[in-house]
Design a protein around this ligand. Structure first.
Ligand code: GLY
Ligand code: MN
Ligand code: MN
Length: 451
């Protein structure tokens, strides 16, 4: 999708934000809010290097700009004021924004120095939203990230506007190029994990700090580390890697994609055939879970259904020697599928606003406990892993006989499987069925499997 096609919906996005902010300010007792874009942070107090700026998500909700010191002043009945620092700095320079579409929607003020913004802080009751409490103090603002206001602003991010959905669609398209390239490189079998990571950055034209989260590039047993980012530099030995789990995204105007694919090479042996069956099984159950998304359904019920599915797969492949129901009720599936089924997606990979309620105690890592509604965007990412630290208590406990440990030990070098798509909930049709728009499958039809 071209930037022009995406940004034609931007005016409506900003107008809606202005109305919603006015309501949130009135309800939380403020006249204005300063939304700070973030300041560059030192890599260490002992040297003079700086991390690339990670702009504040609340700021990026309005403006796709990653410029240290930028801030937005929002108040009722006025166009927001965008403060930008224009001081000449011959040591550092921010990246130019990908698009200038936002410029005409704000009163712009150029600041010679970041703290000159103080003169533009309005009178009355003012809140500050941002990472930099020290800046708020210098600007004389006491209310830093007031919880009621922040919760109201987070809630706005649950439902994505047409503009945001366009950004998320494009972020998926960008990431798909990287996934397709790495799938090919994996089946060629010659690259190290580090080389795959670097190839992904090159194909998707991203610098490492620009990715929505650090790429997870895991061969074989490394896939059992859910966030494996310590890339091996060693090239695969004779026979090549057996599996690749790639969890990697891209951004568009600050919005993220979050995509996982798992591929398996045929080793010609019985165990790799079983693992291949597991990959195909996770692919099939992931698609059933996508089809089961329904407006009005608690996301946690979908997560519970994922456990039923994983239990059925473990039972059908003989990894467990009990029924699917028993695998779930005895907690076995939680050792094989220890993370949540998914999370809200937007300006943050793990976006805010969908986990206001705590999950049940047996779903401690579930990040989406909301009721599914139209215009939400979330991931659906079931997994199945062979993680020694989680399987050991099961092996040593009373229910040990329910698991085929010889098979588990044979499968452990394959690491694990995760298949992750990003979906937009379109809403219920006249007949009551819910339609989703799978942003990932639209550009990457295969979820994983063999060559
Ligand atoms: N890439 C992190 C996640 O899937 O949640
Ligand atoms: Mn995810
Ligand atoms: Mn992911």
């Amino acid at each position: 999708m071209s930037i022009e096609a995406i940004t034609k919906d931007y005016a409506a996005h900003v107008e809606g934000l202005q109305r919603s902010y006015e309501k949130a300010l009135a309800e939380s007792g403020f006249d204005a809010v300063v939304v700070h874009g973030g300041a560059a942070r030192r890599r260490s107090d002992f040297d003079d290097q700086w991390w690339p700026l990670r702009a504040t998500p609340h700021f990026q909700h309005w403006v796709a700009l990653r410029e240290p010191g930028a801030a937005l002043v929002v108040r009722a009945g006025r166009r927001p004021t965008l403060l930008r620092v224009t001081a000449v700095d011959y040591w550092e320079h921010a990246n130019a924004p990908e698009s200038e579409h936002f410029v005409e929607h704000f009163e712009q003020v150029a600041l010679a120095a970041a703290d000159d913004a103080k003169a533009h802080v309005p009178g009355g009751r003012v809140a500050f939203v941002g990472d930099e409490a020290a800046i708020a103090a210098r600007w004389g603002i006491e209310a830093v990230n007031p919880p009621g206001l922040v919760a109201a602003l987070d809630a706005l991010r649950v439902y994505k506007t047409a503009y945001e959905q366009g950004c998320l669609r494009e972020a998926n398209r960008r990431a798909a190029h990287g996934h397709s390239a790495l799938r090919r490189a994996f089946f060629e079998g010659a690259s190290s994990e580090l080389e795959l990571h670097l190839a992904y950055l090159a194909v998707t034209q991203q610098d490492d700090p620009e990715t929505p989260y650090k790429n997870i590039v895991a061969y074989d047993g490394n896939a059992a580390t859910l966030h494996h980012v310590a890339y091996a530099r060693r090239r695969p030995g004779e026979g090549g890697p057996r599996t690749l789990l790639l969890d990697a995204g891209a951004t568009c105007l600050g919005y993220c994609s979050d995509i996982t694919r798992t591929w398996v090479r045929d080793g010609g042996d019985a165990t790799s055939a079983v693992f291949r069956g597991l990959v195909e099984g996770v692919e099939a159950l992931q698609q059933r879970l996508c089809a089961a998304v329904a407006v009005g359904m608690p996301y946690e019920a979908l997560h519970d259904r994922a456990h039923d599915e994983v239990g059925a797969l473990l039972s059908a492949t003989g990894v467990v020697r009990c029924s699917a129901e028993e695998a779930v009720s005895s907690g076995i599936t939680r050792a094989f599928f220890p993370h949540g089924l998914g999370h809200s997606l937007g300006l943050q990979c793990h976006d805010v606003g969908c986990a206001v309620v705590k999950p049940r105690a047996d779903n401690p890592f579930l990040r989406n406990t909301s009721v599914i509604e139209a215009a939400q965007v979330f991931t659906i990412e079931p997994g199945l892993y062979f993680i020694d630290a989680l399987l050991r208590p099961l092996r040593e406990g009373g229910g040990s006989g329910r698991v085929d440990w010889a098979l588990v030990d044979a499968l452990a070098p394959f690491g694990g499987i995760r298949i992750e798509d990003d979906v937009v909930v379109r809403g219920a049709t006249g007949g009551g069925a819910t339609e989703i728009d799978n942003l990932t499958r639209a550009v990457l039809p295969e979820g994983g499997g063999a060559a």
